[in-house]
Design a protein around this ligand. Structure first.
Ligand SMILES: Cc1cc2nc3c(=O)[nH]c(=O)nc-3n(C[C@H](O)[C@H](O)[C@H](O)COP(=O)(O)OP(=O)(O)OC[C@H]3O[C@@H](n4cnc5c(N)ncnc54)[C@H](O)[C@@H]3O)c2cc1C
Length: 466
């Protein structure tokens, strides 16, 4: 006997879908590839979701109206976004928190280190891990059948309709299905293929680290694309940040953050600067540095600060390389000392005096050096000095399945009437490129809830159990 709704995946999008479908009265089975102790995918690593609000709302200060949220998305994506689905996400983000609370999610005011997002982002008490645990508890209470160690390898699809899913030799039928199995960021072969070889003969993706789960291998995404599901997005587009080069290959999470880029300079392995370190605040700056480092030789760079920066950023978990003089620092990190000193001397000479203020886009900038540093530019001259090696850390990929406001998977432009998609597997509809902090969870929550509702309705319309 099959189930009404089969949900594939075990992160935020899948859980939102399962909860909504169960609340609507459908019988639900959820298949999570990971074992129980690794359940929850990338969602377990999150901290917050971006929320629209017209006036102060519980943990959110001031207002963050629809139009401002939309303009932020438009800016970071460079217009590569579906306005209808983006606005749907934005509106849903203003009403989802009460429902989340009903399922055991608690919110907290942002910590002082996250001031720039106090207005826009609601933080989960206990982080994404607590959110995921709360949703699993609630799903169990609602009777959702949860199966761990259940990676789906392929689906049976007939004329654009879901028939069954295969886990190993087991065939699992259901009336409807929600795909919420993440992107393909954990699949290093696929990343290698997507990024190709650069002009230096390097395969950049070989040096990428994966910030989240190892289970998002993109098996279902690849399968669905091969089955003719309409694709969205570009395989090289992803949320990528510059993280501690010592981070583990998978699941390093947020504690691999190196957040002193704007307080110093960043040089590549040739000891050259390559981008304006003072371009913007954290939420907007954060997601571009992974790609910038990916374009550098060896996909490695060094964030360099002096002692003036200490105490002004969230300290990384592991200490940086420390030296009393800049030449000694260069030597310790293996850079050519003369070139490094030339770069630092040129930068220091270009710094113009201003009023340093790390909380505003201040007037401390450089003149006569390329690339310029447009804010927070102060000389690097008071030891001890510190260096942190960084590498690209992939958060999640944007290639996915095209969908619409019903969250249906589409084949040749025709929406399936019983196969739906949510979360990273369709985030590329809203995020063609770029990122604004917290929108991953806004998309997964909005479309997970829609997919669950639609899947339940479609199943219940069919009457007797499958
Ligand atoms: C370190 C880190 C921090 C982040 N912080 C934030 C944040 O603060 N705010 C924010 O909005 N976003 C954040 N993100 C992004 C966010 O995690 C994602 O946008 C969101 O979690 C996606 O949810 P999802 O359910 O689509 O994917 P996931 O949570 O990754 O879930 C995918 C699930 O599918 C399962 N799966 C994969 N393949 C199969 C298969 N074949 N069969 C069965 N199951 C399968 C996986 O095991 C996993 O459970 C962060 C990501 C990382 C890595």
């Amino acid at each position: 006997m099959g189930t009404d709704v089969l949900v594939i995946g075990g992160g935020n999008a899948a859980l939102c879908a399962a909860l909504m479908a169960a609340e609507a009265g459908a019988s639900v089975t959820l298949l999570e590839a990971a074992p129980r102790e690794w359940r929850g995918g990338n969602s377990g690593h999150t901290r917050n979701l971006r929320c629209m609000h017209d006036a102060p709302q519980d943990v959110l200060v001031d207002a963050y109206p629809e139009e401002e949220f939309w303009q932020d998305l438009l800016k970071v994506t460079g217009g590569i976004t579906n306005e209808k689905l983006a606005r749907l996400t934005i509106r849903a983000s203003s009403t989802c928190r009460d429902w989340m609370r009903q399922h055991g999610v608690h919110f907290q005011p942002p910590l002082s280190g996250a001031l720039h997002v106090a207005r826009t982002n609601a933080f989960f008490m206990g982080g994404g891990k607590a959110l995921v645990n709360a949703y699993y508890r609630s799903a169990e209470k609602l009777g959702v059948q949860i199966r761990y160690n259940a990676p789906v390898e392929r689906l049976e699809i007939e004329n654009g309709r879901f028939v069954a899913a295969w886990v190993g030799n087991e065939r699992i039928t259901a009336k409807t299905c929600v795909l919420a199995a993440g992107g393909f960021e954990s699949n290093r072969e696929w990343l290698r293929e997507a990024w190709g070889q650069n002009e230096r003969g390097e395969w950049p993706a070989d040096n990428f680290l994966i910030r989240g789960t190892r289970f998002n291998q993109g098996v279902l995404l690849k399968h669905m694309l091969a089955q003719g599901a309409d694709p969205i997005g570009d395989a090289t587009q992803a949320h990528m940040v510059a993280i501690d080069a010592r981070a583990p290959l998978y699941d390093g999470g947020i504690c691999t953050r190196i957040d002193c880029v704007s307080l110093g300079v960043v040089v590549n392995t040739e000891a050259q600067r390559f981008y304006d370190e003072g371009e913007d605040f954290w939420p907007k700056r954060y997601a571009i540095w992974g790609r910038l480092v990916a374009q550098q030789p060896g996909q490695t760079a060094y964030s360099i600060i002096d002692s003036k920066a200490i105490g002004r950023f969230m300290p990384p978990v592991f200490d940086g390389v420390k030296a009393d003089t800049l030449p000694e620092l260069a030597q310790k990190i293996g850079l050519d000392v003369d070139t490094f000193m030339q770069t630092l001397n040129d930068y220091n000479a270009a710094c113009r005096p201003g009023t340093f203020d790390h909380t505003t886009l201040d007037d401390c900038h450089t003149e006569g050096v390329s690339p310029a540093k447009t804010h927070w530019a102060r000389t690097i001259d008071i030891g001890p000095f510190y260096a942190y090696a960084v590498r690209p850390g992939v958060t999640f990929t944007y290639l996915g399945l095209e969908t619409d406001e019903t969250s249906a998977v589409r084949f040749g432009g025709v929406p399936s009437d019983n196969l739906f998609v949510a979360g990273e597997m369709m985030a590329g509809n809203v995020l063609g490129k770029g990122y604004t902090a917290g929108v991953g969870m806004s998309i997964g929550t909005a479309f997970g809830r829609i997919a669950g509702t639609q899947a339940a309705q479609a199943a219940l319309r069919q009457g007797a159990p499958a």
